[in-house]
Design a binder for this molecule. Structure first.
Ligand SMILES: [Zn+2]
Length: 341
């Protein structure tokens, strides 16, 4: 296996707070020896676990990037027990271009794991995480939204990993986000995901879907920022009083899951998608959740997309324009959290 070509300007073993960047080598026509810089902050003090906190895995997902940039400036060594590594924009070229995929190599970072040390820019970043950053971490936090394509009810989410101890710690960490819904999801669109690689290394992996579309309401920024900080307090890495749904005067988080392929509905035809259900609302089996209109054939009846089973609409198509095969709705089903550990 070849060695990473990514150079870090911070020393991950040093105590205190360091600002720096990860330099990813690349070439373009006006820069033969250029580098892409991924800002990084590492803060370490005393003994304790290491949290690796990341966003911008998909470039067009900004609430997590904002939350991490705030943590980079706000957190000081005296508030830390252990170590925190903050990387706000994993796929920097995509974050600058407001795209999901890297504009440099066209790759989806979240389908590029475990990566390749001498591959494309995106593959090199994945490899660096797999071989350098994940092995140093106990807790791996990767903040997503639905990007421009999907609008999620803002939620923390996770995979149901088979290892019971890992699963229990992930369930507790996910719940510490204090989102209205905690969502158990399935990988219905390919392999090579960041969380799967981190899970396979035995890490406690906490991920989110903090809304989506291009607008980020203030409430979504707030739950992203309060959630990540509370998760870090929960694991004892950041000092502070842990908040619970109860201490916030809120009802318990509702655990929902979408583990069957049918829970994810795809556009049967291209057209204009009309959402018929508000995110987070209950749906009954067979209930239309959206319908597709045909600009060139307004005389045609719209094609209905129906919920295959009863549940909650947890995600919906964000742009009105849909192409055949786009995911347009995700229906999740309530699950008793006592059955999960
Ligand atoms: Zn994403």
């Amino acid at each position: 296996m070849s060695q990473t070509q990514i150079h870090s300007t911070v020393d991950f073993t040093k105590p205190g707070k360091q600002w720096g960047y990860l330099a990813v080598p690349f070439s373009y026509n006006l820069g033969g020896w250029a580098q892409i810089r991924l800002p990084v902050v590492v803060i370490a003090r005393g003994k304790g676990p290491t949290a690796l906190v990341m966003a911008g895995n998909h470039g067009d997902e900004y609430p997590g990037q904002v939350a991490i940039m705030r943590l980079m400036r706000e957190l000081q060594p005296e508030q830390i027990n252990g170590r925190i590594i903050l990387v706000p924009a994993l796929n920097m070229p995509a974050a600058k271009a407001a795209t999901r995929l890297s504009p440099i190599d066209g790759r989806n970072l979240n389908r590029s794991f475990p990566g390749c040390a001498d591959g494309t820019v995106t593959e090199m970043i994945a490899d660096y995480l797999t071989t350098v950053l994940f092995p140093q971490a106990d807790i791996v936090i990767d903040m997503h939204t639905g990007g421009r394509s999907v609008d999620f009810y803002p939620c923390a989410h996770m995979h149901l990993v088979p290892d019971k101890n890992q699963r229990r710690q992930m369930l507790e960490g996910t719940e510490a986000w204090n989102s209205d819904y905690c969502f158990l999801y399935a990988d219905i669109a390919g392999t090579g995901l960041l969380p799967v690689e981190a899970e396979s290394q035995g890490k406690i992996v906490i991920t989110t879907e903090m809304g989506g579309g291009e607008t980020v309401p203030a409430a979504v920024h707030r739950i992203t920022q309060s959630g990540v900080r509370n998760v870090l307090v929960h694991f004892g890495i950041v000092q502070g009083e842990k908040q619970t749904r109860d201490s916030l005067g809120l009802p318990p988080s509702r655990w929902v899951q979408a583990l069957d392929r049918d829970d994810y509905q795809f556009a049967p035809e291209s057209g204009i998608y009309e959402t018929l259900v508000t995110l987070g609302d209950p749906v009954s089996a067979g209930q239309p959740v959206g319908q597709i209109h045909f600009l060139e054939r307004p005389d045609r009846e719209p094609v209905v997309v129906a919920a295959p089973s009863a549940g909650v609409l947890i995600a919906s198509r964000a742009p009105s324009l849909v192409a055949q095969g786009d995911c347009v709705a995700c229906i999740a089903h309530e699950v008793d959290p006592r059955q999960l550990p």
